[in-house]
Design a protein around this ligand. Structure first.
Ligand code: PAF
Length: 323
């Protein structure tokens, strides 16, 4: 139903606005996080590549640090072509197109190499293409990273230690279900969350290592556990309404610039993780590097039987991946 309403809106806007208005040469690109973040590094690289390859025909304006809203609001603006592009975490796509849940299944990806293989392979393509039904042109996946738990109450080694912790989660029914299954008290909240952590509104959160460093969570979170429970990607998207006004040559140029920026981002992120971990320890965080992951896996195992994963197009692929 959501998809039908969206298609009608696209038609209406196209008729009202007319093609020339949509053919912007200034590309507004939204990321919710600040300079130095994994998202912003990809956005900056994309800007550099596209502006030079297009000989200045395209200019990319990056709106970061929530200056145009949270990730859900960024996606809504991309759908309506108020802004043309975004680098947005998979989590909040969940309420727009539940097909994305399949790649946020806990403990799905063993390592970076497997994540790349799946996201750059046929399953990744199915997901990117499906986004067209809700108004996005899915270009590629860039890296956020493996998510780890931090909290301010106690060290967490086994899943039982999570019980009752108030953990912030992204706007994603799947992420909420994961932390419910683990016995926590999941609290959906848009980014950023420093003040909420500082004031004790929530006990903890989960994110890749770069987040704990760039957002200085070592100042307000005592314990970190390397759970690596979800491989988190960003989806690099364009407004489908805008995309359809571009020539095939420009589409190819933009697609390639974003793919290259995403590859750059993955390399950059991975190269820095060891130093980040060392820094977080140096700053005083108590890090559990070898948690009992079997206890975590056991608690979330039932999730794959849930309706969340009954997306017909991808369910069989998911089961294959979980074999
Ligand atoms: O937790 C989130 O909301 C995301 O991981 C973040 C920090 C915005 C980066 O993608």
């Amino acid at each position: 139903m959501k998809k039908i309403i969206f298609s009608l809106l696209v038609l209406l806007f196209s008729c009202m606005a007319g093609t020339p208005v949509l053919a912007a040469r200034v590309i507004k690109l939204g990321v919710v996080t600040k300079p130095g973040s994994a998202q912003n590094i990809v956005a900056e690289k994309f800007k550099e590549l596209l502006e030079s390859r297009s000989g200045g025909r395209y200019t990319v304006q990056i709106f970061h640090s929530k200056s145009i809203g949270n990730e859900t609001e960024i996606l809504q603006q991309i759908q309506m072509n108020t802004i043309q592009m975004g680098v947005v975490t998979v989590g909040p796509f969940d309420t727009f197109d539940p097909i994305v849940r399949v790649i946020n299944y806990p403990f799905l990806f063993r390592d970076n190499a497997q994540a790349d293989e799946i996201l750059d392979g046929p399953l990744g393509r199915i997901i990117l293409d499906d986004l067209e039904s809700v108004g996005f042109k899915g270009l590629c996946f860039s890296e956020n990273g493996f998510r780890n738990l931090t909290n301010n109450k106690r060290p967490v080694r086994t899943a039982d230690d999570v019980r009752g912790l108030k953990i912030r989660v992204m706007a994603s029914p799947l992420h909420k279900a994961i932390w419910q299954a683990l016995g926590a008290n999941p609290t959906p909240m848009p980014w950023p969350i420093y003040t909420e952590l500082e004031q004790g509104v929530i006990d903890g959160q989960e994110n890749p290592l770069w987040v704990m460093v760039v957002y200085k969570f070592y100042e307000i979170q005592k314990y970190m556990t390397l759970t690596r429970h979800v491989y988190s990607a960003h989806i690099d998207v364009a407004s489908l309404m805008w995309w359809n006004t571009l020539s095939p040559d420009d589409q190819a140029m933009i697609q390639e610039a974003m793919r290259e920026a995403a590859r750059f981002g993955r390399r950059d992120n991975r190269a820095r993780n060891a130093a980040r971990l060392a820094l977080l320890k140096e700053k005083g965080m108590i890090v559990e590097e070898h948690p009992d992951l079997a206890s975590f896996r056991a608690k979330v195992a039932g999730l794959k039987e849930m309706k969340l994963y009954r997306e017909p197009k991808v369910h069989s692929l998911l089961l294959k991946m979980l074999e």
